[in-house]
Design a protein around this ligand. Structure first.
Ligand code: F6P
Length: 561
């Protein structure tokens, strides 16, 4: 018997009816009606605390959402994911990023093969590479030790390592040869051009990170980098192109053939598997820049933290399961309270790139409108998600959160303790106090967003522009501290949240067909721009845009003559 679409089944319909009453209820009334909301809606796991008490929900909502998760077959779906079933239906393969963080003594047999030894063999190869860099033994073509590593990658081959290296910069191991890691992703070459103007080619190495090894953005940057190295180093005595290729490039990809074709030395390749999605890939070879900054020991801690969250996700009851609850709060907001905007607000400068990372993770995964069996969904899926550091956002877009017309769900993220290890006492006191100031702002903002005007004593009538509606739901995620392990758990929390939501929405979070057409058409447009042929096939607007480029180029050329 074919299942009815999820929005026509019992729990969804019950939630829709229940939402009619809940839509008129203000958060301040929910707090006024019951004490102990914090305890009722707060859970802990893997060094994280998830406080969902400021969601606009009640015990009845909570129970119905759990029914929805069960009705969507969530327990079975999570098991299928973690056991390596082919959950990525459109590409007919498993999605096994969780295998990348299994401990060495684990066993994961998928379609007859234990995947763990291969995963750990790659980690060991990474460890050997990192050791060589940290010993000052990875030398450029002229014999000087490599000091600067530039990661050339985009999307999942950039955002994960960029976010984590920034977040864990305090965890650099002492007493090793220091490697500065840089990231260049944009196809226009802006970031790369800047590095090329500043870095010494003799001591610079490029990591070509690309799961497919076909991404034009990365390959364009790589070509520019290769020619820069060859033209600079080729004149040195005893240096030839082969030596430059060997000593100045590492490749990370799921395609060893393409790395070979590009000229990456086989022993300078880190391979990963088709069953790891790009935006889920920081846990293996794509994480090389992370390991170069924090060392392999801390990198393994990051994996261990993520694995602790994987175990929690597999084992905890739905009602205590952090990723499940975070996902259900989102479903409630998007599908039943019509809140289709979601802001990510970390209160710790080290998490500067966390929102950008989640933008890809959530929107590339769940920005879909067709179910596994090709049916158009009849409900909303992934909300528009954006964010930046909370303290800076307070001076930028919080105005809209407090007094705009859009309902927005917010995630506040902060570590409880920071700076207690600073050795200089006076500086430590100042910095700890700055951290408390930051936490005060974080807690104050979620409170004001919840209560609105009620956050202050009633001081009589106020004009409209000084009134605050409140009633914006939020989640607070607290980390004991920001460590490799808690960061790993935090990332895994959101990865699984995305999976839970996709399961309920009956969509595939592991493909990204939506970005393919744009790539194809960009290729055609580039051919017209370069060859000056085929313009007539374009629409009126695109034709005019292309002609504007040609005209500007002609004018520049005439000016030069
Ligand atoms: O264009 C989207 C995308 O395919 C992402 O999913 C991916 O993370 C990114 O491009 C980079 O892809 P690759 O690692 O294959 O270069």
């Amino acid at each position: 018997m074919t299942q009815l679409p999820i929005d026509q089944r019992g729990a969804w319909r019950a939630l829709a009816t229940h939402a009619e009453t809940m839509r008129g209820v203000h958060l301040r009334d929910l707090f006024a009606a019951a004490t102990g909301r914090h305890a009722a809606y707060t859970r802990h796991a893997a060094g994280l605390t998830l406080d969902l008490s400021k969601q606009r929900w009640s015990d009845e909502t909570f129970a119905l959402l759990l029914d929805l998760a069960r009705e969507a077959g969530l327990p079975e779906a999570s098991r299928a994911l973690l056991d390596g079933e082919r959950v990525n239906v459109s590409e007919d393969r498993p999605a096994l990023h969780t295998a990348l963080r299994l401990p060495a003594d684990a066993l994961l047999v998928v379609e007859g093969e234990d995947l763990v030894p291969g995963v750990h063999a790659t980690l060991d190869r990474m460890a050997t590479m990192v050791e060589r860099f940290h010993a000052g033994q990875w030398r450029g073509a002229t014999g000087k030790a490599i000091r600067n590593v530039v990661n050339l990658g985009v999307g999942g081959s950039d955002l994960g390592p960029l976010m984590v290296t920034h977040a864990l910069a305090d965890y650099r191991p002492e007493g090793v040869h220091r490697i500065e890691v840089h990231f260049a992703s944009t196809m226009d070459g802006s970031q790369l051009a800047d590095y090329l103007s500043r870095l010494n080619p003799e001591t610079t190495l490029f990591v070509l990170s690309s799961k497919s090894f076909t991404t034009i953005d990365t390959l364009s940057n790589a070509r520019t980098a290769r020619d820069w190295l060859m033209s600079r180093l080729g004149q040195e005595e005893g240096v030839d192109d082969g030596l430059v290729m060997r000593q100045h490039f590492i490749g990370v990809s799921a395609s060893p053939e393409k790395m070979n074709d590009w000229g990456i030395a086989p022993d300078h390749q880190l391979e990963f598997w088709e069953w790891v999605g790009g935006r889920y890939s920081l846990w293996g070879g794509i994480g090389l820049p992370i390991a170069l900054v924090v060392g392999m020991g801390n990198f393994r801690e990051l994996l261990a933290g993520a694995h602790a969250m994987d175990r929690h996700f597999r084992e905890a009851e739905l009602a205590d399961n952090l990723p499940v609850l975070l996902a259900l709060a989102g479903i409630w907001n998007v599908n039943f309270l019509d809140i289709r905007a979601h802001s990510i607000l970390p209160y710790d400068g080290r998490l500067e790139y966390f929102a950008a990372y989640l933008e890809q993770l959530e929107m590339e995964s769940n920005g879909k409108s067709v179910t596994h069996d090709g049916r158009e969904v009849g409900y909303s899926t992934c909300p528009v998600l954006w964010g930046q550091l909370g303290p800076n956002a307070q001076h930028a877009f919080y105005q809209l959160l407090h007094q705009g017309t859009q309902a927005v769900e917010c995630d506040f993220i902060a570590p409880l303790v920071r700076y207690d290890d600073v050795t200089d006492e006076a500086t430590r006191d100042h910095l700890m106090s700055q951290h408390r100031l930051t936490l005060a702002n974080c807690f104050a903002q979620s409170r004001v967003l919840m209560l609105g005007d009620d956050a202050v004593e009633d001081d009589g009538p106020r004009p409209g522009h000084k009134r605050y509606r409140g009633n914006q739901p939020s989640t607070t995620v607290l980390l004991e501290r920001l460590t490799p392990a808690t960061l790993g758990a935090l990332i895994a929390l959101y990865e699984h949240k995305v999976f839970v939501q996709a399961t309920i929405w009956e969509i595939n979070p592991f493909d990204q067909w939506g970005v393919e057409l744009g790539k194809k058409i960009a290729g055609e447009t580039q051919r017209i721009l370069e060859s000056h042929q085929g313009l007539e096939a374009m629409d009126d607007s695109t034709r005019a845009l292309i002609e504007a480029v040609w005209q500007a180029e002609r004018a520049a050329e005439t000016g030069l003559r």
